[in-house]
Design a protein around this ligand. Structure first.
Ligand code: AMP
Ligand code: MG
Length: 422
């Protein structure tokens, strides 16, 4: 049986060509299939397909970082509260306005945060170190007394302090987040080229499954995996093609696999029907029009896990038990999606924690549900009760997966383990 990392390697080898194809498409220029040009507000979470070079300086002009008075720093030398310097106020510059007045020695301009520094001035004193009021709506005074010296440049944000025109601010392959969009907006980038999202088709398999809105009748259960897996896929940056539920019949499974191919899925994920049950037809159906690389991985939960190609499209047959399906997605599907999207991972944070109590394992690489808390500066992990692969509540209660390496059958309290924060 394959180890988890062997299975991961075999899976990832099928996704390499997709990435190089994608890179090649970019090198050749636009390719309508692989790239999309979107307006800025549609790009959060998408992967940038071009380097973004600033075409302007940021800030675009010298401006005040404080509400106060723009002046000649030299005029304030030696001033203090008992011996202030008094300057005549020759301009009032709210944010959004330019002043053509040149500030001469002995003069000042009232200025607001973000307003352009007038010519002549080389510093700003804050309103707090003057005799002026901070009331909204107060008119500009005729004169201002300053109680503290300032250095040249103080309280001025210079043009280009943040970014110079011509510098690359975001590189191709970046997954765009909130602050990236803010920066792009400041730079005036209203349209961007991004990679199209990987398309992931999902279906569940089993005669016992009914949709969430159907009344529960004896012998049936509601389909959990369609929800869990769709959300995980969407959060990992995929465009989800939901295909519903296939009955335990070859024809029904074929039909949904073919629908996935017609919808131009980049990968197909199903759950259940890949074990050794008499009605587990998924493996057989995939092999009729493709091949399976493997269908068992030495892990817990989730040993029956199939991977192959169906009509040339990578296919993941995850286990049916809801916790196994979740973990199978995290361990195998997510890394494949990451490789396909050509971006930095959106994986869970990986940490190390100490066990709060001793645990047993069966020698398989195990992914256990745990609550991790910080106690006296150290992370402590406790299992969340029933670890059966059908017990979704213990996954709901968990905030981490705790990984017991293969070959380990028991770990004492306070042993250090790897955890994935959920
Ligand atoms: P199987 O792999 O088909 O033997 O399914 C294993 C277990 O997972 C069975 O108890 C199924 O009823 C259950 N199961 C399969 N698919 C789902 C699903 N989509 N939602 C919830 N439970 C499921
Ligand atoms: Mg089944």
């Amino acid at each position: 049986m394959l180890t988890v990392s062997e299975a991961q390697q075999r899976i990832l080898s099928h996704f390499e060509p997709a990435v190089s194809h994608r890179r090649a498409a970019v090198a050749r220029g636009t390719n309508g299939v692989e790239l999309q040009t979107l307006s800025l507000d549609q790009t959060a979470g998408r992967v940038l397909a071009e380097d973004i070079c600033a075409t302007i300086d940021l800030p675009p002009f010298d401006n005040s970082s404080m509400d106060g008075f723009a002046l000649h720093a030299a005029d304030t030398r030696g001033s203090n509260s008992s011996n202030p310097v008094t300057l005549s106020v020759v301009a009032d510059i709210p944010a959004g306005n330019l002043s053509n007045i040149v500030i001469s020695p002995g003069q000042a301009a009232r200025i607001m945060t973000g307003a352009p520094i007038p010519a002549g001035a080389d510093a700003v004193v804050t309103v707090e170190v003057t005799d002026q009021s901070r009331e909204p709506g107060a008119p500009a005074p005729e004169a201002v007394s300053v109680y503290q010296p300032v250095q040249p440049g103080e309280n001025i944000r210079h043009r280009g302090d943040d970014i110079y025109a011509g510098s690359i601010v975001l590189a191709r392959g970046r997954r765009l987040c909130a602050q990236d969009l803010g920066l792009l907006a400041m730079l005036g980038v209203s349209k961007l080229q991004v990679y199209r999202s990987p398309r992931l088709a999902i279906f569940s398999n089993g005669d016992e499954l009914i949709p969430v809105e159907a009344p529960l009748i004896p012998g049936k259960i509601r389909d959990a995996n369609s929800y869990t897996l769709s959300i995980l896929a969407a959060q990992a940056g995929a465009e989800v093609i939901p295909l519903g539920i296939a009955a335990d019949e070859c024809a029904a499974i074929h039909k949904l696999l073919d629908l996935a191919v017609e919808a131009q899925a980049d990968l197909i994920v199903s759950s259940a029907g890949v074990s050794v049950g008499a009605y587990d037809f998924v493996k057989q159906v995939v092999e009729e029009q493709g091949h399976l690389e493997f269908w068992k991985v030495n892990m817990r939960p989730g040993k029956p896990l199939a991977f192959g190609l169906y009509r040339g499209i990578p296919f993941f047959g995850l286990p049916g038990n809801p916790v196994s399906a979740f973990i199978g997605f995290e361990v195998f599907v997510r890394p494949a999606l990451e490789r396909l999207s050509g971006a930095a991972p959106l994986s869970f944070t990986r940490r190390r924690a100490r066990l709060a109590e001793a645990i047993d394992s069966d020698g398989r690489e195990s992914y256990l549900r745990a609550v991790v808390t910080e106690e006296n500066g150290a992370l402590l992990a406790r299992l969340t009760g029933h670890q059966g692969s059908g017990n979704l509540l213990s996954l709901v209660q968990a905030n981490a997966l705790l990984i017991v390496p293969s070959g380990v059958k028991s770990l004492p309290a306070s042993a250090e383990v790897e955890i994935w924060m959920l």
